[in-house]
Design a protein around this ligand. Structure first.
Ligand code: ADP
Ligand code: MG
Length: 442
């Protein structure tokens, strides 16, 4: 292969683990193969927390993987990728430096002589549409202008690869749309010498607007699950029917990754069916969100398309999936082929009076091995209580790929609502709701 055909940046078999406060290893990325090829705009898409930023930082040498290879033009990378530049979500501007000075930071350590660096800064400031604002200070700029400075700073060194980590999520919708189009223009007009763009995002529409190849990352641990080519012509109009169709295709792929068809929801705890279901992770959704979902479904005849649900709520797609997954785990909904249906138990919860809902939830929770195990453990204690830390350790042992803190928080949220668990945050003590009394019913 000639140097031109080798990917600009690649990871092979990459694994990344972090140690949590208790020193336990948590797998963030596992067996990830990914590359950015010459001349492409590629997006890495996945819900928050699935490891997108970690993958990006490993790819350009900002952090080291625990195992696996990182290659720049086919050779093992040493230090930071020399041809890559990064745009941050938070803009990361120095408030005491002017626009021009903030952009010049992008040339630090690159040995560019002063006259040339001044010319380059002027050129790139003009390209991002900030001519006339060279002397302005960050506080005088709108969010969109600040991110233009961030983009100019990344481009000033003439990188071959522009990496953007959720670059527009701090901006309003219209500004974000405008800047996406500008980034595409900067890449396609060739004036900056840029070869490829890597966009990391949790927004499906953003990936469809910009990327010609979309890589879907799964979670816990993050792995590459799907790759979709996006051949829509540029400039892409987010109101065009073809655009909607592509968004639907990606929605579908993301749903298949995060709500797999074969995943059987455990049956509810029916009398005469003793024994808890599996010890499963709890999707990070609150009871309030689940109740909201059930109401929406009930208002729509008990059945909706997953994407309609997404459109009806304020949640981003990753959150919609977490809420639906949580409700499915509790057997309140069913999800055949991206439809969301209320189950009988779900209808029961909607119909129940407010003070009865907790008892219906309790039944569903106890059908899960996760809750049954915790409750049994607490019931076996002298005072029906245990240090939170001990419970988190047990959760981490049983579900090593999960974020233990978030899992514990969800456990407490669901358990409290169902009047099954109580948690004293100040003393970090988890107990059975109402102490031993509740035990009799368990
Ligand atoms: P994303 O960008 O997809 O939201 P991240 O790559 O930021 O995801 O994080 C993936 C997971 O790794 C998260 O659960 C996060 O808490 C964890 N993580 C990220 N960086 C660190 C770190 N330095 N130490 C410990 N855990 C981390
Ligand atoms: Mg991130």
């Amino acid at each position: 292969m000639s140097a031109d055909e080798l990917p600009i940046a690649a990871v092979r078999g990459v694994r990344k683990t972090y140690r949590d406060e208790a020193g336990r290893e948590r797998v963030i990325l596992d067996r990830v193969d990914f590359e950015v090829r010459r001349g492409e705009v590629v997006a890495v898409l996945g819900p928050s927390g699935c490891g997108k930023s970690t993958l990006l930082r490993i790819l350009i040498g900002l952090i080291e993987p625990t195992a696996g290879e990182v290659l720049a033009h086919g050779a093992p990378i040493r230090g930071i990728h020399p041809g890559a530049a990064l745009v941050f979500q938070s803009f990361a501007l120095f408030p005491w430096l002017s626009v021009e000075e903030n952009v010049r930071i992008g040339l630090t350590g690159r040995g560019v002589p002063a006259p040339e660096s001044a010319a380059r800064v002027r050129d790139v400031v003009a390209r991002v549409g900030l001519s006339g604002h060279e002397r302005a200070m960050p506080r005088e700029l709108s969010g969109g202008m600040k991110q233009r400075v961030g983009i100019a700073r990344a481009l000033v060194s003439g990188p071959e690869l522009l990496c953007m980590d959720e670059p527009f999520s701090a901006l309003d919708v219209l500004t974000a749309e405008l800047l996406r189009a500008e980034v595409y223009r900067l890449w396609s007009d060739g004036g900056t010498g840029l070869s490829s763009v890597l966009l990391v995002t949790h927004l499906i529409e953003e990936a469809v607007t910009l990327a010609d190849r979309i890589v879907v990352l799964g979670a816990n641990p993050g792995t590459v699950r799907r790759e979709i080519r996006n051949t829509l012509p540029h400039p892409r109009d987010p109101r065009h029917p073809e655009f909607f169709r592509m968004v639907d295709r990606i929605h579908d792929a993301v749903a298949r990754v995060h709500l797999p068809e074969e995943e059987e929801a455990p049956a509810p705890a029916a009398p005469g069916r003793p024994g808890p279901g599996p010890f499963v992770p709890l999707p990070p959704a609150t009871v309030g969100e689940m109740l909201g979902l059930l109401e929406i479904l009930s208002d729509h005849g008990g059945e909706m398309d997953l994407f309609e649900v997404d459109a009806m709520t304020e949640w981003d797609f990753g959150r919609t999936i977490a809420v639906v997954k949580a409700a499915e785990l509790l057997d309140l909904v069913d999800t055949p082929k991206n439809r969301v249906l209320l189950t009988d138990a779900g209808r029961g919860v909607v119909a129940a009076a407010p003070r009865e809902k907790p008892f219906l939830f309790r039944r569903q929770l106890l059908a899960l091995g996760t809750f049954a195990t915790v409750v049994r453990g607490l019931a076996g204690r002298e005072d029906a209580a245990a240090p939170g830390e001990e419970v988190r350790e047990m959760l981490a042992d049983r579900l090593p790929a999960e974020a233990t803190g978030a899992l514990f928080e969800t456990l407490v949220n669901w358990g409290r609502f169902a009047q099954l668990l109580d948690y004293d945050a100040a003393g970090d003590e988890l107990s059975l709701f109402g102490g031993r009394a509740a035990d009799a019913e368990v």
